[in-house]
Design a protein around this ligand. Structure first.
Ligand SMILES: Cc1ncc(COP(=O)(O)O)c(C=O)c1O
Length: 408
């Protein structure tokens, strides 16, 4: 992607226009939003602020049309051929809990092994821990190597008797890309169902969900240029049809009597109550935006930035990148720098108008495994440019001056 294209894309993001001095390097936490996403939310409230699937008047029909069109857009982005298999949720966490409470309670029995990796965000760990406690199941672990890649030599052993494998597509700490197809293929050959946490994958990499081999995929709108409080669960029709609903109330029913009810068809069976309509329209607009840029271009642009960042930051004395080889790297750069505590670094960088994340990144077991209380993490998106990396390098050197004589 040429510099010209990068810059024209930057002007799509009002926050960058409002704060031209800002260097935003925390997109793994949440991304900035392009104007079209803000416009989709605003125009819902200004043009068709009615509830969906209920009204018989034109404004409600228009809101419903936009809502379902947004579902088609996100389905297109992830390569799902059946939008009815795309369930709106409030985010990745919500989508994973939906699976844990429905499919999980139906299918995980006492003693069943659930296989996770040591890379998992608490969102893809605590729901399974909790399910394991409720069902007296057991957790098994695919271990990460120090660079965030996964140790798969003993995978077949771990998969013996496993009912579920739940793992992340891209680590939010290391930016390491998991070998999704290989893990899915081996897990399914062993008879396990697979859930993919795609929170850090969908925003950065081309996605063909039906070819990846997973049974469930969860991701968030707010990390892929969409609004907070939005997300999606994708699954295969036969699995979703066999699962009981997660939440109960309006819209998810077909007929209700005083003592019983029947449930609606997919996807509505899993979408009880009035949803975040404006947010969903925003997430649809985010998907359209990414489709317009092209996910192969997003990946190429981020690879270019990662290459540059690894060279530029790697040449700083005392800079240590925690991460995989470049071809397995996406989005997030975790690092340690000259023994400076990540929180101090983040605070000093903030004085230079640079936003990075510092801490355990909701991965406390992983931090324990690598023997750290936290890391500094700079994470990228399509609106970042090489000049952002240059600013980070200069600010890191400046920060090191503060500690001169204290730490080194
Ligand atoms: C890999 C991964 N999984 C799950 C989540 C949870 O996402 P959300 O808070 O949007 O539900 C995150 C958020 O940082 C993440 O990075």
């Amino acid at each position: 992607m040429s510099v010209k294209v990068e810059l024209s894309r930057r002007s799509d993001f009002p926050l960058l226009e409002n704060q031209p001095e800002l260097v935003y390097l925390d997109s793994a936490a949440t991304s900035l939003k392009p104007r079209s996403v803000l416009e989709a939310e605003r125009s819902y409230y200004e043009e068709c602020c009615a509830n969906i699937h209920r009204g018989l008047y034109r404004m409600s029909e228009e809101a419903t049309r936009r809502y379902e069109e947004a579902r088609h857009s996100v389905a297109r982005l992830i390569g799902a051929s059946d939008p009815d298999c795309c369930i709106w949720t409030s985010g990745t966490t919500d989508a994973i809990n939906l699976v844990a409470y429905t499919w999980g309670e139906q299918n995980i029995l006492p003693g069943d092994p659930i296989v996770l990796t040591g890379l998992e965000h608490h969102s893809n760990l605590v729901p399974w821990q909790n399910l394991a406690t409720r069902q007296q199941a057991r957790l098994r672990w695919i271990e990460p190597r120090p660079d965030g890649t996964l140790e798969l030599d003993n995978l077949d052993e771990l998969l013996e008797g496993a009912r579920l494998v739940a793992f992340t597509w891209v680590s939010n700490v290391f930016g390491s890309i998991s070998p999704v197809q290989e893990i899915c293929r081996r897990a399914r050959a062993a008879g396990a169902t697979v859930l993919l946490d795609a929170a850090q994958g969908v925003p950065h990499l081309p996605c063909a969900v039906e070819e990846m081999g997973c049974d469930f995929m969860a991701f968030s709108g707010h990390k892929m240029l969409g609004p907070t409080g939005t997300g999606m669960l994708w699954s295969r029709r036969e699995l979703l049809e066999a699962m009981p609903p997660f939440r109960f109330g309006g819209d998810m029913i077909r007929e209700v009597w005083r003592d019983r009810c029947t449930f609606n068809e997919l996807p509505f069976k899993f979408e009880a109550g009035t949803p975040n309509i404006a947010g969903v329209l925003g997430m649809g607009a985010a998907a359209d935006y990414l489709l317009d840029v092209g996910m192969a271009n997003v990946r190429a642009h981020e690879l270019d930035l990662l290459t540059y960042a690894r060279e530029c930051l790697g040449s700083l004395e005392g800079f240590e990148l925690l991460g995989p080889p470049l071809d397995q790297h996406s989005g997030a750069l975790s690092f340690v720098y000259r023994g400076i505590h990540p929180h101090d670094l983040a605070t000093l960088l903030d004085r230079e108008n640079i936003c990075i994340r510092a801490g355990h990144h909701c991965c406390q077991p992983l931090m324990r495994r690598i023997g750290m209380s936290g890391t500094a993490r700079a994470s990228l998106s399509l609106y970042n440019i090489r000049a952002d990396i240059d600013r980070l390098a200069v600010a890191l050197e400046k920060a090191s001056q503060v500690f001169k004589g204290v730490l080194f």
